[in-house]
Design a binder for this molecule. Sequence first.
Ligand code: ADP
Ligand code: MG
Length: 252
Amino acid sequence: MSPPVGTLPMAEKARPLLRLKDIRVTLSGQAILKGVTGGIPSGRITAVMGTNGAGKSTLLKVLLREVPFKGELVFTCGHDHSHPTPSQIGYVPQRLKVEANLPLTVRDLFGLALSQKPWFWPGVGLPDAEVAQLLTYVHLNSNALDKQVERLSGGELQRVLLALALEPKPELLMLDEPASGIDFVDKALYHERIAEINEERGTTVILVSHDLDLIRKYAHHVLWLEGGVVAAEGTPEEVLLADRLNCGRVGQ
Ligand code: ADP
Ligand code: MG
């Protein structure tokens, strides 16, 4: 893992991949984001934190252009992000909008996700060997191919979703509370893998999480949302101060 951003001399600090400038979102007449300003360092892991309802998921949806917003998103990579593609942004949402009893296997899910055709179309999707390789990359046994999605454990499902988000290789990977619902050991392994991917590929990662220990260990940068704005931004050491945490706000 690369050293936390705060430990590098100023000159070596990562340039931002993205600057958020006064992002405002109103949904159903309610102001959710009231002027979010901050940076996402390129090639680093940024944790987005804050209480439930603070607008973390909404902020990711702004980047995906899923919700209307005011303000500016300035990407420094030079690509046009007004209609982001999966090669620009890989995304794992907080909740899946699929029927729990949809009889899909992992193979079907990949076929569905990675092609423009229905999953039952002849020859649709990637060859098994390629899907197996993608699964192995996220430390999932390739025999998961034939498992029904609804029978996967929380940790297995998160790995499948991560493998999908990594194909094709995105420049920005956004994971919205990926570790909720997976057990402690799986959670640690999952974050370790995210850190390895970040280092191996230089992928910029935005991770919404409440897990203080894992953020302290793996995140380089933290944006703390509160009251619709960024109340604090910096290294985990700078942002995760006792008095902020003692307000009992994390994970509520
Ligand atoms: P977080 O991810 O930080 O828990 P969210 O971004 O999901 O918070 O939601 C922030 C607030 O916006 C919540 O109060 C939520 O109820 C509200 N909200 C989210 N989506 C909508 C919507 N489509 N219409 C109205 N309110 C919404
Ligand atoms: Mg959320």
